[in-house]
Design a protein around this ligand. Sequence first.
Ligand SMILES: Nc1nc2c(ncn2[C@@H]2O[C@H](COP(=O)(O)OP(=O)(O)OP(=O)(O)O)[C@@H](O)[C@H]2O)c(=O)[nH]1
Ligand SMILES: [Mg+2]
Length: 382
Amino acid sequence: MTDDNRPVFAYKIGLLAPSRVGKSTLIASLLTEGQQMLAQDASVLLHSADRPTANRLAATYNMVTGALKARVFMPGLVPSTPDPSYFHLLLEARGQDLRIRFDILDYPGGWLEDGGAGTGHEQRWNECEEFLADSSVLLLPIDSVLVMDSGEEYAPLLSSHLAVFQIKQVILRWAKNRRERQDEPALIIFCPVKCETYLSDSGSLQNQAAQLRERITDQFSEVLEAVREAAPHASIRYLPIDTFGCVELVSARWTPHTTSPGGLALVPKYRVRPPGRIVRKGLDDLISLLCRQLVDTARTQSERTTTWRRTTAAYSRNHAEVREGFFRDLWLNLNGERDRRRRVAAQDEGLLAESERTTQSLFDVLAALAARQTGTRLHHLS
Ligand SMILES: Nc1nc2c(ncn2[C@@H]2O[C@H](COP(=O)(O)OP(=O)(O)OP(=O)(O)O)[C@@H](O)[C@H]2O)c(=O)[nH]1
Ligand SMILES: [Mg+2]
């Protein structure tokens, strides 16, 4: 748990989506939005934990803002992720030696679809799968355009394009792990993305929020059932996210694409709503949800450590001060054993005090996060 002697609680966050859905964009938006949101809060701050994370986030951010400068946004111009990469974000309590690290894995979504076989990366995909199965939280970005605008005629292609089967396989493994580690967090968040056109709170004239939710829960009904059965204690949330907010779908056309299921890919084209400034929606709730869940787990873990250290400290102190008879006490004093026992007791009491401070800090951070109101987009699915 410690890193350069300051307590760090680390949690894995896995994203589960096929290619071109919006994983990389979502990760980049998490930090930008998180910094803005928590900047107003005096008690906590969020930042990149290392230079590679900061560089990758900057590159994605520039790509997105650059693309929105044009009046028409062409999603195809944003390149796919070529290699798996890890993003490390730190949530820190201001003025306190406490850090919570979010380790997020980004990978080429195509690997989820074919197990890395198409590019000869099976082994590297296996490593990604390990990380996903071991994650505390799974985020499922879902392409809303695919769900809402693919057309009746192409409905049979939907499950393949959403990679429902592949997602279910990973989730079953995750659920088994979570069931075996009941004291760790277990949270799945279904995050429809690219939903600016369907939700009125992002400036769209139509409100199809209920229809979007209905279609997604229908498409993923088997996945939902599998989680409820395999890990009944897991929390399942639904939270639509706009990472851009300032675009409007103009058209979505099926076009030939050799590596996509059925040899077709749905290609969307967007108009940028002037002045092309990003208006993110739902991300603040996502960050709150992640922080609250993980800080709460860290608090439970810290309380457990405190209890254990309290017992140890009490035992060491008792062992240091206990009277063992006149001659034995004299001997313990003379040979330095009494002093040694007292040093151990003082050390154990120091560790206990550190643990108590950490637990209190976690309580304070939780209280600050809990004070934030949740938006109307968030729904409980379990
Ligand atoms: N309209 C809209 N477009 C989005 C949103 N999120 C991502 N996109 C676009 O969707 C395309 C794919 O996004 P990425 O973040 O690269 O997707 P990915 O899941 O990382 O794709 P791979 O790297 O191939 O796995 C890009 O052109 C993004 O700009 C969103 O919320 N709204
Ligand atoms: Mg990507």
